[in-house]
Design a protein around this ligand. Structure first.
Ligand code: NSP
Length: 227
């Protein structure tokens, strides 16, 4: 079994919990509250900006142009393409995208971003690939699953979101899996253990991110913004 297949197998219970999560089910059946969509977009805008910064750190650790190009393409993908699913949520919620940008992170988003940043600063390129991989992988599987199970038509409120993630032929997941498998062939057992741990924690944090959006998670103590 390839290393990426091992990762997927170990994470199976978390992937299933994500598919069953009420926010993901809400995308499938078109029933999410406006506040939940807004909370998701506010947090995801910040999350994806951090993801770009982490790709930047990954580039600084690359030893060849092919790896640099892989991360560079993904930076462009977030900047130029991954705005479409956000726009879909904004349209359904009836709010302009611009007004949902620049908000503070809620606890789970903060945790997820700090987890990725720590690995990006302290880890090898293999560890960075492992910590980032659940982001594209879980969304790709969510999209494909909803396409198969619901087969939404254009009247579905989240038609664009579902097709954006589920219909990818240029899958970054496949590229990252191929690269991680190559990396794992040269890695020590200790490094592979760390890669697995980073991957599984990111999967758990993917679940927590959906939960954060569904429950409109905030910090426990409300603070007045002092100007
Ligand atoms: C939290 C999160 N995880 C994954 C994705 C898909 N790139 C996303 N937009 N946001």
């Amino acid at each position: 079994m390839s290393f990426s297949a091992e990762l997927r197998k170990e994470a199976n219970p978390i992937f299933h919990a994500i598919f069953e999560h009420p926010f993901v089910q809400g995308i499938a059946n078109g029933e999410l509250k406006k506040e939940q969509l807004i909370h998701y977009v506010k947090q995801d805008f910040e999350y994806l900006s951090s993801f770009i910064r982490i790709y930047g750190i990954a580039v600084s650790k690359c030893e060849n142009r092919e790896d640099m190009d892989m991360f560079n393409q993904q930076i462009s993908f977030i900047l130029k393409s991954e705005i479409h699913p956000h726009n879909n949520f904004c349209q359904v919620a009836g709010v302009p995208y611009e007004v949902l940008q620049g908000y503070p992170l809620s606890p789970s988003s903060h945790h997820y971003i700090r987890h990725m940043l720590t690995v990006a600063h302290e880890g090898t390129l293999g560890e960075i690939l492992a910590v980032l991989l659940p982001c594209p992988w879980t969304y790709w599987e969510i999209g494909k699953r909803i396409l198969n199970e619901v087969n939404p038509d254009r009247s579905h409120p989240f038609y664009d979101w579902i097709n954006f993630y589920g219909n990818r032929t240029d899958s970054i997941t496949t590229k990252f899996c191929d690269r991680i498998d190559e990396w794992a062939k040269e890695a020590t057992e200790r490094e592979k253990e760390k890669m697995k741990e980073h991957f599984l924690i990111s999967c758990q944090l993917e679940y927590m991110f959906w939960d954060m959006a569904y429950k409109l998670e905030e910090w426990p103590v409300k603070m007045e913004v002092v100007k």
